[in-house]
Design a protein around this ligand. Structure first.
Ligand code: NAD
Ligand code: UDP
Length: 321
């Protein structure tokens, strides 16, 4: 074991769980810091007997004093339903959470990675999105607590880098999916799979022509670790995602086909400020990390469907009533 201590804030969430598993396998010691807002104990139960994994229930909006070598700052609800549930807390988590994690990194001279988001581009007028695009975000809309919180966190990361010489990595994650997503978090992949597996109506928002580019979580984890381990001159911001773009209607039809479901598509109104299109340009990640996604949508969906199916069959997650 290499003995380096890695703090993962938001470590009991969807991405944090996969990251913990991969870093434990690489020989690191993990300190998982989470307030269980959207993460669950069930997600991390497989690690609790591992002496190299430690869980700390803590809210990152409060300062934290621990000794670590690296920090992955993932703490923040990611689904629109969850981050709009308590928007003030969402902004606090992004902004105060970043300040506290950056302050900790500065004190112990740890390398720190920020899980930023494609939402910093808002409803983009440049397509596909490159890192040099400054975005088109409504600062007062219902998504702003998340988008602007993440934008401010990026500002803080770069100011700590310039002002204090901190080693930073800023990753802009595009829509990521896979096992361990929260079954009721309202994100499109988990929603459609849960609906299809129970032969319930598939809720398509708007006309379904809006697009997203979906990255399977294993591919994303590989990129996050490669970015953290890259040369100190590589700070980002760096887009991480799968550049293959699908309409949400195509996603619905694919999920229905792969599950063999009898679900029908029903139409609901499009949420305010829902971005019309989203596709990452990943040239920078290809060049600096030698990375690109390997798992395409159908394969990733099959694995995710198998996970939710098993969870439903075994009663680990409740059926919708
Ligand atoms: P998630 O909701 O499953 O995980 C977030 C975790 O943060 C949860 O365990 C939650 O309990 C924890 N958390 C929230 N507020 C906290 C607080 N104040 N203190 C401590 N812990 C707190 O979401 P995820 O999909 O795993 O996302 C992880 C990170 O990646 C987030 O920062 C998110 O913004 C970013 N991201 C995710 C995606 C995606 O498609 N999944 C896309 C872009 C960015
Ligand atoms: N969406 C949908 N039906 C659902 C959930 C989401 O049509 O049951 C749409 C949503 O309006 C958006 C896209 O799917 O256009 C992706 O939504 P998600 O909440 O997963 O993430 P976003 O990329 O919008 O943050």
């Amino acid at each position: 074991m290499n003995g380096e201590q890695i703090l993962i804030s938001g470590g009991a969430g969807f991405i944090g769980t996969h990251l913990s598993r991969r870093l434990l396998a690489k020989g690191y010691d993990i300190l998982c810091v989470d307030n269980f807002f959207t993460g669950t104990k069930n997600n991390i139960i497989e690690f609790l007997d591992n002496p190299h994994f430690e869980m700390l229930r803590h809210d990152v909006t409060f300062p934290l004093y621990v000794e670590v070598d690296q920090i992955y700052n993932l703490a923040c609800p990611a689904s629109p339903i969850h981050y709009q549930h308590d928007p003030v807390q969402t902004t606090k988590t992004s902004v105060h959470g970043a300040i506290n994690m950056l302050g900790l990194a500065k004190r112990v001279r740890a390398k720190i990675l920020q899980a930023s988001t494609s939402e910093v581009y808002g409803d983009p007028s440049v397509h596909p999105q490159t890192e040099s695009y400054w975005g088109n975000v409504n600062p007062i809309g219902p998504r702003a607590c998340y988008d602007e919180g993440k934008r401010c966190a990026e500002t803080l990361f770069f100011d700590y880098h310039r002002q204090h010489g901190l080693a930073i990595k800023v990753a802009r994650l595009f829509n990521t999916y896979g096992p361990n997503m929260h079954p009721q978090d309202g994100r499109v992949v988990s929603n459609f799979i849960m609906q299809a597996l129970q032969n319930r109506p598939i809720t398509l928002f708007g006309d379904g022509e809006q697009t997203r580019s979906f990255c399977y979580v294993d591919d994303l984890i590989e990129a996050l670790i490669a970015l953290m381990e890259s040369d100190s001159s590589v700070t980002g911001p760096m887009n991480l995602g799968n550049p293959v773009e699908f309409s949400i209607r195509q996603l619905a039809e694919t999920v229905i086909r792969l599950t063999g479901s009898s679900s029908q598509i029903i139409y609901k109104s499009l949420p305010t400020d829902d971005p019309k299109q989203r596709q990452p340009n990943i040239d920078l990640a290809r060049k600096m990390l030698g990375w690109e996604p390997k798992i395409q949508l159908e394969e990733g969906l099959k694995r995710t469907i198998a996970y939710f199916d098993e969870q439903l069959q075994s009663g680990k997650i409740a059926t919708d009533s």
